[in-house]
Each structure stands twice: as C-alpha cells, then as structure tokens.
Design a protein around this ligand. Sequence first.
Ligand SMILES: [Zn+2]
Ligand SMILES: [Zn+2]
Length: 140
Amino acid sequence: MKNYKYLSKFLEKNGIRPSSQRVLMLKYIEENHNHPTADKIYVDLTKRLPSISKATVYNNLKLFLNSGIIKEVNIDSSEVHYEMKEDNHAHFVCNLCKKVHDLEISNLDINLDPISDYEIDSQDIFLRGVCKECLDSKKN
Ligand SMILES: [Zn+2]
Ligand SMILES: [Zn+2]
C-alpha cells in the first residue's frame, strides 16, 4: 500500500497536478482491488471528501486513463470498471455470482506470429466460467 506522499509524487511524474482530491482518489483505486466503477468510486470517496462532485471523479478518471496510470476493465457492456495499470493479471468472470476474480497469470502461451507486424501495447486476458467458491457451495 502506497502512502499519500508517494502517490502525490507519482501523479507529478505523470504530468498531473496532485490536488488532494486526485491523490485520495488514486489512493482509493490503489487500495481497492475490486474493480470499482466510477459510481462506486464517487460514492465511497464522498465519505472522506464530502465536497467532491461526480464530474470531478469522471474528469480525474479520464486524466488518469489518458496518462496511463489506470486502465479500464470491461467486464460487462453496461459499466466500465477501473484498476491500476500496473496490476498485470488476468480476469476471471464468474457466470453465477458475476464476481470478477483476479488471477495471477500474466501471460497465456499465445502464438503471436500471425500478427508479428502489429505493435501490442497491452494484453487483457478474460476467462469465464464458474469460480471456485460457487463450485464449492454447489457441492455442499
Ligand atoms: Zn462465483
Ligand atoms: Zn483486476
């Protein structure tokens, strides 16, 4: 978990003026590895920052996205979820509980030869099925 000072410097390094709202917002995303949506981020942040507006949250998310600090996780078509860009893991979406699980897999063995003349910036791995918890509760 990174402290306020570290995250403030981190924003500066990425060309973003580190206002306290931005730092606290980044801290929230850093600490909550449950792929929050913009609405969830807004609701949770108002507990600590009662004056923050929804527009500010959306603007800051856009700013963080554009500078490559965070990334979008598209789990379903209805809502966009966010997480730190450096979190390099695969996602597993459970068809039963709809939860998104982080899997500690950074790469799948994919043959990239057919697209060797493409430049790849990021790789997202999405797996679907039934998670361990749901399988376990089915058995009991
Ligand atoms: Zn499940
Ligand atoms: Zn994730």
